[in-house]
Write a protein that binds this ligand. Structure first.
Ligand code: AMP
Length: 282
């Protein structure tokens, strides 16, 4: 694996790759890598000739400065994992390389109502920050395919909308969520949890399973209330528990028994915010 820190250098290499007719698969990350990230690398490796991973903790997508400061950084371990997974290229840019004109959020990406609900509502500006960095990275790397995790369900939808406008030929591959044995979705933020909290955090997964098992056609309010109370009783501060149409993320308060739905949760354990989701009717 070759590590590039400068845009000019990685683009020179990628021009050679293009000239040889090789395809490129791209996995954008914020580092502190775990098996979830590595599953995306593995899928990209299967599908494409050259796998590019980026590690960049994007300052402008953090609405909470403390969350940014405490975001885990484990570059040496990340490089080791990527080498082992057979990643071809790691792009490891500095903030100035990505944002040469400073951290301005002046571009407005039109992603519609999706960014006004759920994480869009609770993390104002977050998805514009995500769009800005992914747009910039896609311009630099110009991959044929991008690999994203279903773990960030709403983010996948936002990136799909952005890409449909600016990168219509890009293929977007959404990969399943990788979990701990307890069911806890793997996440870089789990590194901030104690062993006891990690066990406690698996309640989010259990709550999603509870929703999946108990959903019935009709009003969803009682089900959502019970799920909320369960999580609160287990010590979580809940931002949201919601059921939405899995195609367009319209929030549902009733279910017709046919619509394909997804349940989504965002909740804090102490200061650590965790998100997860599950398809509950397919
Ligand atoms: P992050 O480093 O958290 O920005 O994540 C980088 C990519 O990895 C995103 O597309 C995430 O959705 C994906 N990802 C994160 N956690 C998981 C997981 N547990 N399983 C599968 N993909 C994941």
């Amino acid at each position: 694996m070759i590590i590039y820190k400068r845009i000019a250098d990685i683009q020179k290499r990628l021009m050679d790759v293009g000239a040889q007719g090789l395809s490129t698969g791209f996995v954008p990350t914020m580092g502190a890598l775990h098996s979830g990230h590595i599953s995306l690398i593995a899928k990209a490796k299967k599908d494409t000739d050259i796998v590019v991973c980026s590690i960049f903790v994007n300052p402008i997508q953090f609405n909470d400065p403390e969350d940014f400061e405490k975001y885990p950084v484990t570059v040496d371990a990340d490089i080791y994992l990527l080498e082992k997974a057979g990643c071809t290229i790691l792009f490891l840019p500095a903030v100035e390389e990505i944002y040469p004109e400073g951290l301005k959020k002046n571009v407005q990406f039109k992603v519609g109502f999706i960014e006004t609900i759920l994480d869009g509502k609770y993390r104002p500006g977050h998805f514009q920050g995500v769009c800005q960095v992914v747009h910039r990275l896609l311009e630099i790397i110009t991959p044929r395919k991008i690999y994203l995790g279903q773990k960030d369900f709403q983010q996948c939808m936002v990136i799909k909308k952005m890409a449909a406008i600016y990168f219509p030929l890009l293929e977007i591959i959404i990969c399943p969520t990788v979990r701990e044995i307890s069911g806890l979705a793997m996440s870089s933020r789990n590194k901030r949890l104690t062993a006891t909290q990690k066990q406690q955090a698996s309640e989010i997964f259990k709550t999603l399973l509870f929703i999946k098992k108990n959903i019935r056609p009709g009003f969803l309010n009682n089900l959502l209330q019970t799920a909320l109370q369960n999580l609160q009783a287990k010590g979580f501060r809940v931002d949201y528990i919601a059921i939405a149409n899995a195609h367009n993320l319209q929030l549902l308060d009733t279910w017709d028994g046919k619509e394909k739905t997804v349940a989504l949760i965002a909740a804090f354990l102490d200061e650590v915010r965790l998100i997860d989701n599950m398809m509950i009717s397919e």
